[in-house]
Design a protein around this ligand. Structure first.
Ligand code: NAD
Length: 267
């Protein structure tokens, strides 16, 4: 259905769990994927894993550093001449910014709050501004940001993360408007809002060392009509769809992929 063959895609945080899986699905769809990650080891692992399936490259890049982003932008344009797709998956919760059960909001260190907000807000805003400018100049492109269930209603312990992801929602809508009004209808900006998927950032608070559910996981399940965590492969369909011309009239949308979590009152 979604013809993405030979498109050029950047996946930030592509060395991580969600970004790696999205990269794999794009590579298998014939997309030339460049993963950007701050950790060389994560890049090496992912590139080695995906190379047999198609065109995949990785560049070290800090999404919070304009110089780093501009430098990889130049390299990508020199090599491929275009940026068709940007998927912003670099982000996630940070240990110090996740309150322990025995803490209250007044224990939160400002430094930790700033770090998690910077990563999850500017970590998508800056790539959109730098790579989105290329899309504006070339007149086409599709951007996908990653929102969260933590933007629908308050989720305990993750204040800064929730604030930053909520900012991503309005930023997505704002950029969608700006691109369409000023640069035409071929540049689209959307977000997906994953429900609960086990990733490196949340494994410790969702699973006990023996793999059983924590109390927090049990609460998630009580609120999820499908009664399970998502499998990361379940994000791939919507990402490919939003990247493709099949979604040519969809911009500014924030699409939950959550087993019903956001639409269920739990009653
Ligand atoms: P992850 O920790 O597995 O991957 C994140 C990747 O981003 C890592 O490879 C890391 O090295 C990289 N990264 C971190 N800081 C960076 C920086 N400054 N510059 C470049 N790269 C950087 O996380 P994940 O579980 O795959 O989550 C990816 C995204 O999905 C995040 O935005 C997260 O908030 C969101 N999300 C995850 C879940 C979930 O259940 N796992 C749910 C909702 C949303």
């Amino acid at each position: 259905m979604c013809n993405l063959k030979d498109k050029v895609a950047i996946v930030t945080g592509g060395g991580g769990v969600l970004g790696g899986n999205i990269s794999e699905s794009l590579v298998k769809a014939g997309v030339k994927v460049i993963i950007l990650d701050i950790r060389q080891a994560n890049i090496d692992k992912r590139v080695a894993q995906l190379a047999p399936f198609g065109q995949i490259e990785g560049l070290v890049c800090n999404v919070l550093d304009a110089e780093s982003l501009n430098s990889v932008k130049d390299k990508i344009l020199e090599r491929w001449g275009t940026i068709d797709i940007l998927v912003n998956t670099a982000g996630g919760n940070l240990p110090g910014a996740t309150l322990r059960e025995d803490q209250t909001v007044f224990d939160m260190k400002f430094e930790d709050l700033n770090r998690v907000i910077n990563l999850n807000m500017y970590g998508s805003v800056y790539p959109c501004l730098i790579f989105g400018k290329v899309m504006a100049q070339q007149g086409h492109g599709s951007i996908i940001n990653i929102s969260s269930m933590a933007t629908y209603s308050a989720i305990t312990r993750v204040l800064g993360y929730s604030m930053a992801k909520s900012a991503i929602n309005i930023f997505t809508q704002w950029m969608a408007m700006e691109m369409a009004l000023k640069f035409g209808d071929k540049i689209r900006v959307n977000a997906i809002a994953p429900g609960f998927f086990i990733g490196d950032q949340n494994r410790a608070i969702l699973l006990n060392p023996d793999g059983s559910y924590t109390e927090r996981s049990k609460k998630v399940m009580a609120h999820t009509p499908m009664k399970r965590f998502g499998d990361i492969s379940e994000l791939n369909g919507i990402v490919k769809f939003l990247c493709s011309d099949e979604a040519s009239f969809i911009t500014g949308a924030i699409i939950p992929v959550d087993g019903g979590f956001s639409s269920f009152s739990a009653v």
